[in-house]
Design a protein around this ligand. Structure first.
Ligand code: TRP
Length: 450
């Protein structure tokens, strides 16, 4: 329970690896590069950096501070900090539900990466055309059994790591996987320099084009920064509760944000030269990762190796993010209901499997599992990222900036007055006024009102 001694991350490097592991995910690889390219290249990147600095990083700090102050899972953190105000406990509960829902479909997509990793290692699609690979992918998704089994494998691996605990499981794995991910990505980006399409790829990703920048670009950059830093569901707060009491939160948050953006940019440097070398127009999302890129790998000399490296990297990115989502649920169940972590893990795993299987089933042809014209997987994706994440993100910010009290917030942000004393004033100003305003704009925009 809350008064038991909690684990905390063992070292600075471990802390960064775990937190960056959560932030670096599918969003960095299949969404950011394309968004940047489509929305004005370097101009978009500059806006993204400003929005990250002024909005997303303060929210990240607020979430870390919430977790570290509350010394508990996201629900318990609210309960510890505002024992009598039950409404805030509901915000914590929403975070747990959101994490659960997101992980159930994230696991399905991560399962696709595992499938492609397997297919790349066995070389089974080498030489195939884009059309053949597209058909292969459709058959796989619509077959049902394949995606179900790979999602199951992914969730069992995630649960297995959580069972080993915060230090021996999550931290140790992240410390191995994140450096490997960076090395693989750098290798791919360096290799891409030698491809014919390099110049064109760089031009697409980087050439500043201010004419493409509008208000909606700024909102899009904000949404992406928010998603990419894993904000809004209490994952960062849950992890925040494991950050050492002496650690400088500003140092941690800025390192994580820089690493997250660097990985997103590197992914663009690795991907677009390949795309342009073969004269294909760039896309984003599942199509880029599971059809376009595999079909290019299939034509490249040495493509099987490149493909295997790419999908292993994608798998590392996905599973380190999955740790943080499942930890939200496991920490909640074990701390709030006094069950062992093992029992909490099995319970979450069971629930996640059921929902993941429903997501898989919703993608079969003629499936009846649709909500508002969308299959269950797409519905959960849109509903969580457009409604639940921003709303609970906004609630967390309001709680930290207005309810907790300025003294407690400043004390936690500065680690008891040790660090960043001059930054805390501006941070609290941003959290009180600028961030909530921008978040409301974002929410209205996501809901289609603005
Ligand atoms: N940041 C992850 C990515 O870029 C995705 C994500 C969003 C996430 N919210 C999260 C991961 C919460 C873990 C926890 O793909």
């Amino acid at each position: 329970m809350a008064d038991k001694k909690r684990s905390s991350f063992g070292s600075r490097f471990g802390t960064i690896a775990v937190l960056a592991g959560s932030a670096v995910g599918l969003g960095n690889i299949w969404k950011f590069p394309y968004m940047a390219g489509e929305n004005g290249g370097a101009a978009f990147i500059l806006i993204y950096l400003i929005v990250s600095l002024l909005i997303a990083v303060p929210v990240l700090l607020a979430e870390y501070a919430l977790g570290r102050r509350g010394q508990s899972n996201i629900f318990g953190a609210f309960r510890n900090l505002a024992p009598k105000q039950k409404g805030w406990h509901a915000v914590g509960l929403t975070g747990v539900v959101t994490a659960f829902l997101i992980l159930s479909f994230y696991a399905v997509i991560a399962g696709w990466s595992l499938y492609f990793l397997w297919e790349s290692v066995t070389g089974s699609y080498m030489g195939m055309s884009a059309q053949q690979i597209g058909a292969k992918f459709d058959t796989f998704v619509e077959g049902g059994w394949g995606p179900a089994i790979w999602a199951l494998i992914f969730l069992v691996m995630t649960g297995g790591v959580l069972l080993l605990g915060v230090n021996k499981g999550i931290e140790r794995c992240s410390k191995m996987m994140m450096p490997m991910l960076v090395v693989m990505l750098v290798a791919l980006a360096v290799g891409a320099c030698f491809m014919d399409g390099w110049r064109e790829g760089m031009r697409f990703l980087l050439r500043p084009d201010w004419s493409k920048v509008t208000t909606s670009t700024v909102i899009a950059a904000l949404g992406q920064a928010f998603f990419s830093l894993s904000l809004g569901m209490g994952a960062m707060a849950t992890y925040g509760s494991y950050i050492d009491k002496k650690e400088n939160l500003y140092g941690v948050a800025s390192t994580v944000a820089v690493a997250d953006t660097a990985v997103a940019l590197l992914a663009g440097l690795a991907i677009f030269p390949v795309v342009f070398t073969y004269g294909i127009s760039p896309t984003a999302g599942p199509e880029l990762v599971f059809i376009t890129l595999p079909s290019l790998f299939a034509q490249m000399p040495g493509g099987a190796v490149v493909a295997a490296v790419f999908f292993l990297l994608l798998f590392f990115a996905a599973i380190t993010s999955a740790f943080s989502m499942m930890e939200v649920v496991v920490a909640y169940l074990s701390e709030e209901f006094g069950m062992s972590r093992t029992k909490a893990m099995w319970l979450s795993l069971g629930g996640l499997l059921v929902l993941a299987m429903l997501c898989v089933a919703s993608q079969l042809p003629d499936s009846v599992l649709t909500i508002g014209g969308k299959n269950l997987l797409d519905f959960l994706d849109t509903f969580t990222s457009n409604v639940l994440l921003p709303l609970s993100g906004l609630s967390i910010v309001i709680f930290m900036a207005w309810v907790l009290g300025r003294k407690a917030l400043a004390d936690e942000l500065t680690t008891g007055g040790r660090y960043a004393r001059r930054l805390v004033g501006p941070t609290i100003f941003l959290l009180r006024y600028v961030v909530p305003l921008m978040m409301v704009v974002l929410i209205l925009n996501l809901l289609g009102v603005l």
